[in-house]
Design a protein around this ligand. Sequence first.
Ligand code: NI
Length: 220
Amino acid sequence: MKIAIDSIIDQHRLLALQALLADPAIYQDGLVTAGTAAADVKQNQQADANHLEVRGALRTLQQLLLQHTVFQSAARPAGFARLMFNRFGPGMAYGLHNDGAVIDGKRTDLSFTLFLSAPDSYDGGELVLHDVSGSATIKLAAGSLMLYPAGCLHEVKSVTRGERLALVGWLQSRVRCPSQREVLFNLESVLAGIAETEDNRNQRLQLQQVRGALLRMWMD
Ligand code: NI
């Protein structure tokens, strides 16, 4: 399942992040974290996580994602493998590649990209996800996030104007099986969409019971 989550951060936080990420001094070459297979196709920059403010921003965003209802029910995170900010300036791209199945000792079930630049401020830079059903080209509003299976082949198209800033990350899910995760997400959405009334109280209780039973079966 791939899902776009709109406005995961507010405008105030977005502006603060954009200001932090405008400082060229915080960046290092993206090759420092590229696996051997990715090194041939990766041309970007990433913010040095040892930089105090970068580390603080990463920690804040991690907390924010964990508290976000939709992100939580779509991903069921057991823990983040890694989060980092990256920057693509003109001429930079990240060709077709796979992400590592294990990053820093954690299995990567899901990947995500939180777009941090306004789409009209740069050309190119689309995230393209490829699977058996074809490819999806994604360029979201600043502050919106794309969550997708970490096993999906993907690429970032070359930026031809402006700069593309993003937070990218990988996580291990408590629900390992993607189709089970999807069932739980759908069930959660149904429950959230039915306001409780006198008449439906029992049906809601039954649905919650089903959710509980599935969570007990499927969650680690
Ligand atoms: Ni990747």
